[in-house]
Write a protein that binds this ligand. Structure first.
Ligand code: F6P
Length: 342
């Protein structure tokens, strides 16, 4: 059997762990040969390939990024995309594709699978917003990076009696904000799932500074939303696929908070540093388990399905179910984080 492998969408730490495990398991247990496609769906459309065997995937477990490269290209938004993907698979004599991606990449995979293309999915994104799985590759590394940053901001916030706004990624889900905020002892966490009222936050910060502390850490998810009619925020520009390109919310919030509290307020936007560098142990293990499971699933003909983690087990679910609904922060988790606000 011959299989293609691609990594699509925003990169994240742990992708190389998946690629290594897919190849190692595929070659050793099932005698599969692999072809690597460069830069996600773009490589399939343009037939840009690279060798992908045990030699090419040795020594990459701990490395961030992806040896295959990635892009946001959606094969279905390109004219003739479907036919072009099918033609490339045919040309290389591929039985199917292992697609390692987030929401956009796997939505495209699910539609192509509906059309009869043989695809196995692997969920990855620092945002942790895919359905069907408890957790995605890359999330825990992003949380650790954000937590380390919050730890560092604590001491300087305290020295200067400041309010520190720390903006984290996550798109329309507040997972990174809630996890890093809880781990870093944030005094408030703003997430998309729970619209914020800047007057209420400012009251809360004033009360905190008057009663027991001279500084505060506020974690702001890039996709957090104000309660309707409270503050005006500029609309986000759109990316190549027509989705809002988020980032910078904290810059607009800081003067609003400073004006209402009188406390010096500073902004740190963590940005892509959350996606870079070495994966934490959790993502290396998760990526490895997902990779092994994906090779087994493809060998067994489990097309149109995605490997997933449920509790401690790795299983598989229909690709379509994974992209049908976003995985968002549940109210109960946010309530637990709120216990420590203020
Ligand atoms: O989906 C992962 C992610 O890092 C989001 O958290 C963020 O909003 C977006 O990608 C950034 O995208 P880009 O790398 O295109 O700027």
């Amino acid at each position: 059997m011959r299989l293609g492998v691609l990594t699509g969408g925003g990169d994240c730490p742990g992708l190389n762990a998946v690629i290594r495990a897919v190849v190692r398991r595929g070659v050793l247990a099932h005698g599969i040969e692999f072809v690597g496609f460069q830069d996600g769906w773009l490589g399939v459309l343009q037939d840009a390939t690279q060798p992908l065997g045990i030699a090419e995937t040795t020594g990459i477990l701990h490395r961030g990024g992806t040896i295959l490269g990635s892009s946001g290209t959606n094969a279905l938004r390109v004219e003739g995309g479907r036919a072009s993907v099918a033609a490339t698979l045919e040309r290389h004599g591929l039985a199917g594709l292992v697609v390692i991606g987030g929401e956009g990449t796997l939505k495209c995979a699910a539609e192509l699978a509906d059309d009869g293309l043989r695809i196995v999915g692997v969920p990855k994104t620092i945002d942790n917003d895919l359905g069907g799985t408890d957790v995605t590759v890359g999330f825990h590394t992003a949380v650790q990076v954000a937590t380390d940053a919050i730890d560092r901001l604590h001491s300087t916030a305290e020295s200067h009696d400041r309010v520190m706004l720390v903006e984290v990624m996550g798109r329309h889900a507040g997972w990174i904000a809630v996890y890093a905020g809880m781990a870093g002892g944030a005094d408030a966490i703003l997430i998309p799932e729970h619209p914020f009222d800047v007057d209420e936050i400012s009251r809360h910060l004033r009360h905190r500074h008057l009663s027991r502390s001279s500084f505060s850490i506020v974690v702001v998810a890039e996709g957090a939303l104000p309660v309707d009619g409270t503050v005006e925020l500029p609309a986000a520009p759109l990316d190549e696929n027509g989705f809002p390109r988020l980032g910078g919310l904290a810059i607009h919030l800081a003067p609003e908070i400073e004006a209402r509290t009188g406390f010096q307020t500073r902004v740190t936007i963590l940005g892509h540093v959350q996606r870079g560098g070495s994966p934490v142990a959790f993502d290396r293990v998760l990526g490895t388990r997902f990779g092994v499971a994906a090779a087994d699933l493809a060998a067994a003909g489990g097309w149109g399905r995605m490997v997933a983690r449920k509790a401690q087990d790795v299983r598989d679910v229909p690709l379509a179910a994974a992209v049908a609904e976003r995985n968002l922060v549940p109210v109960d988790l946010y309530r637990e984080a709120e216990v420590f606000f203020g």
